[in-house]
Design a protein around this ligand. Sequence first.
Ligand SMILES: [Zn+2]
Length: 379
Amino acid sequence: MELIQNFSLKDYIFLIFSFLFGSVFGSFCNVCIYRFPIGKSIISPGSHCPKCNNPIAWYDNIPIVSWIILLGKCRHCKAPISFQYPLVEFLSALLFVIIFLRFKYTLATLVYCVFCAGLIIVVFQDLSTWTIPNEVTLLGMPLGVGIGLLGMFFPNQGIRLEGPFEAIDGIALGALIICLLDLIVVLLMRKPGMGFGDVKLLSMLGAFLGWEGVLGSLVIASFIGSIIGLIVMGYYSLFRKKLNEERQKNKDVESNEDTSYPVDPAEAVIVFISGVYLLARILQFYIAYTEKAIIPEEILRGITLVGGGGLLFSIFIAIIAYYVWQKERKGKSIESQEEIEISLESHYIPFGPYLSIGGFLYLLWGPEIVSKYLQVLSL
Ligand SMILES: [Zn+2]
């Protein structure tokens, strides 16, 4: 790496500081991952062993180091301490170092370290409880808008967004894409796929990375998801017998399924509202850039037609889905409406970790890769 070659003493000090700061932040992430799902306060009481309830002394609570010294066991009752604790602390330290190397001495380093800590909480909570914490996603959205504002006033501080509206565009597109995919899956296959947690997560990524970040994160997430999917499929094909048994089981479940459309009306409303908002933004973009004449007229018209067409299609799907939901609701008793809600949860696919990794990678190199790609295209 060329950047390490001309490192000054100050750079090394900040590098070490980033690692230490990251590990302490990781320790805080651990508290959040453990306490958010059970609805406990993250401030008080202080850390204590979940088994013997003894408070954990400061010298047993040093990130990474204490777990190694204690050999992963409680000092008092010898109950095992999960490997997840030092793992999260080390990961957080490592990612803070990477962010420092990428953004150096800018406001962006501070901002994106916090963003990254949020993503770590999302990944580990989603993996362990299949839920995505609202404490991160719902707080992250207004925070992203605020950071967009910061980027407007401090344009040379490495912040990815240059204004609050870029953050709002990202929130709207993030919500629209996941809800739209879900509505299409429901209308075609009659079973829901994603959870609402993913909707809020992609919106939060959009709040920090803009609408381009939403698309970039999705592309990276799908790529990683399909690779891991292939590995899992390869693993199962080695145990074909087991797979066939499971398929048989799934068939039994499918045959019991009722033939209704489990449309979530909130998704239809979200797609409609964000679709209309983004359509207005695209028209505004078109008018503004026609006056500026930076982009050639045909390309500008092409972008507007493709984007606008996609949004009109989304609005159309939202209206159809809402109509289907209304029709279904009229023909059903209250009991079977409850059944629909249960089936919504049972088909949930955890996409949060992939999205978070996609968002992190896009944060580091996304805009540079896109602009390189566009340069190649124009040559
Ligand atoms: Zn204990």
